[in-house]
Design a protein. Sequence first.
Length: 97
Amino acid sequence: MKSYLDKHRKLVGSIGGIIAFVVAVIYLKVIPAEVSSASGLQKIILTYGHSLCWILLGGASSLWAITEKNDLSKILAYTALVVYVIFISTLILTKFL
C-alpha cells in the first residue's frame, strides 16, 4: 500500500486535498446543536473547529502531493489532529456538563 501511495502521490494527494476542502465547506454549514448552549471560546471551537481540522488536512494532503518530503505537511497533519481532539473534547464537555 505504501509503495502504491508513493508511486501515485500527486494524484492521491490532490484528490485527498480536494475532498478535504469540500468537507471543510460542508462543515461550515453543519454545526453541532450544542453550539446553542455554548458561549465564548466554546462556541467558536464548536462552530469552526471541525472545518479548521479539514482545512488543515486538505493543506497537508496538497503539500504532500507537491513534494513528498515536506515537513510542513506533517506539521499541518499533526495540527489537524490536535484541533480535532480539542473540538471533540469541547463537544463532549458541552454535551455532558
